[in-house]
Unconditional design. Structure first.
Length: 141
């Protein structure tokens, strides 16, 4: 699944759209509507699904977790696996960019290894990583 026509969808857009009132809720919902209307084509990875399950089930919000999980699968053209090549590259990214989190490194490595150069995310850590361009939902209208 490569090509410039695909963007990587981060978990935080789903989470903000389903959460309580927050300045990022409306912009996140707007991006998800564009995806639903086929204006944007997105992929994600299995780590994003794990992130969603971990967050909601640790909060004992199982129904919301299932909704977020299902929404992510339904919105994405594909859910990419996280491979040993991705974790190896993530290790290199963590060494190169100590400011990023391990989860962000996994996402970035998956993207880079699959030729995906743009991520839809509220997380500014992705701005640090060469070869990746982040699109913040606040900047999309």
């Amino acid at each position: 699944m490569t090509g410039p026509s695909f963007q990587f969808l981060d978990a935080n857009l789903i989470m903000y759209s389903l959460g309580g009132p927050h300045p990022l809720q409306v912009p996140s919902k707007g991006v998800l509507e564009k995806i639903k209307n086929d204006s944007l084509r997105v992929v994600s990875n299995t780590e994003v699904l794990q992130e969603i399950l971990y967050r909601y089930f640790s909060l004992r919000k199982q129904a919301l977790g299932e909704l977020a999980y299902t929404a992510m699968i339904d919105l994405c053209q594909a859910i990419l696996p996280v491979t040993i090549q991705d974790t190896d590259r993530a290790l290199g990214l963590l060494k190169q960019y100590p400011q990023i989190t391990s989860r962000d490194a996994i996402h970035a490595a998956t993207m880079l290894n699959n030729g995906i150069k743009e991520i839809l995310s509220t997380d500014p850590h992705f701005d640090l990583i060469a070869g990746i361009r982040r699109t913040d939902p606040k900047g999309m209208s």
